[in-house]
Design a protein around this ligand. Structure first.
Ligand code: ADP
Ligand code: MG
Length: 396
């Protein structure tokens, strides 16, 4: 057993006694490009990263769910017979929200009402979480929890659900139980990621395609610059962007903004108020940039995708207005220090930026960003490399 798994098993024993039945893990993700496009049925291109959340789990003889996390104090308990999505709060809403959504799937999609309707064949579980995915940094620690737990429950409850369905279950837990109106991107990346590949996600028909990144061959890599400024998806900013997009689509007579392309921009400009137009323009141009990035990776290589990252950042800063001074500085500073391209990543309003850098420049870019943050009087950022890694898996 490697060190991480030993620590995780040890954590389980310290909380619940004895050994777990198994260990499952799921990674966080960074989105290379394609931001806020998922809930507009557009394209996104995330990678699963080499930071993971692990869940150790053991079947119980009764109907009790007990969950604990090394990131939070206490053990949260709830009976499967009283699993009410409206009563789950705090961090436990993520793992227990998944349990609720899984039990609903096990019941054939029905039975969301109080009284639970959770099938009697499902057993209680002890679940212990550990993680090295930083929470709230835009690297989707939430999806890492959801996907690790979903995979564990799928095995232990013997549900036989496929990964696309597990992704929807994670999203349902986050939307319905946590109350964050997020799209399907994070869970898809965490479940479907592959080493050295990005996952091209078509959020209209939910098809995915692994696209080779070729970073190692091109001598480039990704740096994450976590600004350590907080964001909250559940908050107004994300929801209001989502509403603007829905409003724009309705006023332009389409079911979702996916139906529109660059040729529709003049009509959109004529029909929409200035702010809604800019929101719509971000989505339309961002979808195109995702496709352009994938084409560039396939034809001219990783060193040629920088301009799409840079343009994506400007679009988020100026049109979608989800960036922050810290994220703008991280991007500008990385670019000045020779990054091939840089952009904020994730939902916005804080969190992390990414920079695509030549391996030879990585140290200088990191040092330059740290220096500029110090000069600006900002909290020192966490800067670290990430590599595209395998999606959720059973470890033991
Ligand atoms: P992000 O997904 O970008 O990290 P979110 O706000 O979506 O940020 O999710 C962060 C929340 O997910 C945390 O506040 C916590 O409630 C939950 N979470 C993340 N990691 C863990 C963990 N290891 N254990 C328990 N809860 C976690
Ligand atoms: Mg999240």
């Amino acid at each position: 057993m490697n060190e991480v798994l030993e620590r995780e098993s040890g954590y389980f024993s310290s909380q619940f006694g004895g050994a777990p039945d198994g260990l499952w893990s799921a990674p966080g993700r960074v989105n290379l490009i394609g931001e806020h496009t998922d809930y507009n049925e557009g394209f996104a291109f995330p990678i699963a990263i080499d930071k993971r959340t692990t869940v150790a789990a053991r079947v119980r003889a009764d109907r009790l769910l007990r969950v604990t996390s090394s990131s939070f104090p206490g053990v949260i308990e709830v009976s499967l017979d009283h699993l009410d999505p409206d009563a789950l709060t705090g961090w436990a809403a993520y793992p227990l929200g998944v349990a609720w959504a899984m039990s609903r799937a096990a019941a054939g999609g029905a039975g969301s009402a109080a009284g639970s309707g959770v099938p009697s064949r499902l057993s209680g579980l002890d679940l212990a979480l550990t993680s090295d995915v930083p929470a709230g940094a835009g690297l989707s620690s939430s999806a890492a929890v959801e996907c690790a737990v979903a995979l564990a429950l799928n095995d232990l409850w013997d549900l036989g659900l496929g990964r696309p369905e597990l992704a929807r279950i994670g999203q349902l837990a986050e939307n319905r139980v946590v109350g964050a109106p997020t799209g399907i991107m994070d869970q898809s990346a965490s479940l479907l990621g592959e080493p050295d590949h990005g996952i091209l996600l078509d959020c209209q028909n939910l098809t995915t395609e692994a696209v080779a990144l070729g970073f190692a061959g091109a001598g480039v890599g990704l740096l994450v610059i976590d600004t350590r400024t907080s964001h909250s998806h559940a908050d107004g900013g994300y929801a209001s962007r989502r509403r603007s997009c829905e409003d724009g689509a309705r006023r332009l007579g389409v079911g979702s903004l996916r139906a529109l392309g660059p040729a529709d921009l003049p009509r959109a400009a004529a029909q929409l108020d200035g702010q809604t137009y800019r929101r719509v323009r971000h989505i339309i141009t961002e979808n195109q940039r995702v496709l352009d990035t994938v084409t560039a990776l396939r034809t001219s290589g990783a060193a040629t995708i920088g301009r799409f990252l840079n343009e994506s950042h400007l679009s988020m800063r100026d049109d979608f207005e989800i960036s922050t001074p810290e994220l703008d500085l991280a991007v500008a500073s990385a670019q000045e220090m020779g990054a091939i391209g840089a952009r904020m990543t994730g939902g916005g309003f804080g969190g992390a930026a990414i920079a695509l850098v030549r391996n030879d420049d990585a140290a200088a870019v990191a040092a330059g960003v740290a220096r500029d943050f110090a000069r600006a009087g900002y909290t020192a950022p966490h800067i670290f490399p990430v590599t595209a890694s395998e999606g959720a898996r059973r470890e033991l």
